[in-house]
Design a protein. Structure first.
Length: 183
């Protein structure tokens, strides 16, 4: 076998094996968080938002740090020599990378910004909950609260209700009758 054939076979193996992978559609006992205390769910949300926003804050922090370096070193000179310090989309050949201390500073700033985004989200969620609680407490005692929710049929009833008629509205023959039926 040639290298090209092996690579193609390996590629098809990976692609075809990933075809049947689907997202989780039902909640499992491990993913059901309804029984957790509220502060644990809030902490989990904070963690998800902090880690999820980190790549974005790192990207923008790096661009900001490179822009600052470019301004500090060359005064934002657009010549090929001056663009060696420019941020990523504007760099020229022979770009000068950030030093280790600058990289550590950029990482720490990105971590701080990610934590700030998560704290801002937490404050927004707390304000919304507080507003909803006040609105619920402002309802006079004895007021009838009507909540409309659709009634879901049990799983068995949904599948029993499938129409057994053919597309041309002729009844579908049973398999026992189909063997003995005369055309």
């Amino acid at each position: 076998m040639t290298v090209k054939t092996k690579a193609t076979a390996l590629f098809l193996l990976f692609v075809l094996s990933a075809v049947n992978l689907t997202a989780q559609t039902t909640t499992t006992p491990e993913s059901d968080t309804s029984h957790w205390p509220g502060w644990v769910r809030d902490l989990r949300r904070w963690e998800i938002i902090a880690f999820g926003s980190f790549p974005f804050t790192m990207f923008f922090t790096t661009i900001g740090m490179n822009t600052y370096r470019w301004h500090r070193e060359t005064g934002m000179d657009f010549s090929s020599e001056g663009r060696r310090y420019a941020p990523w989309p504007l760099t020229s050949a022979g770009a000068i990378p950030m030093e280790d201390s600058e990289q550590r500073r950029a990482i720490m700033m990105a971590i701080g910004l990610s934590a700030g985004v998560a704290v801002a989200d937490h404050l927004i969620v707390q304000a919304r909950r507080r507003r909803e609680r006040r609105r619920a407490e402002a309802i006079p005692v004895g007021t009838v609260i009507i909540i409309r929710t659709p009634i879901e049929e049990p799983y068995e009833e949904q599948h029993d209700a499938i129409d057994t008629q053919a597309y041309d509205d002729e009844p579908v023959a049973d398999t026992e009758d189909a063997e003995t039926a005369v055309p």
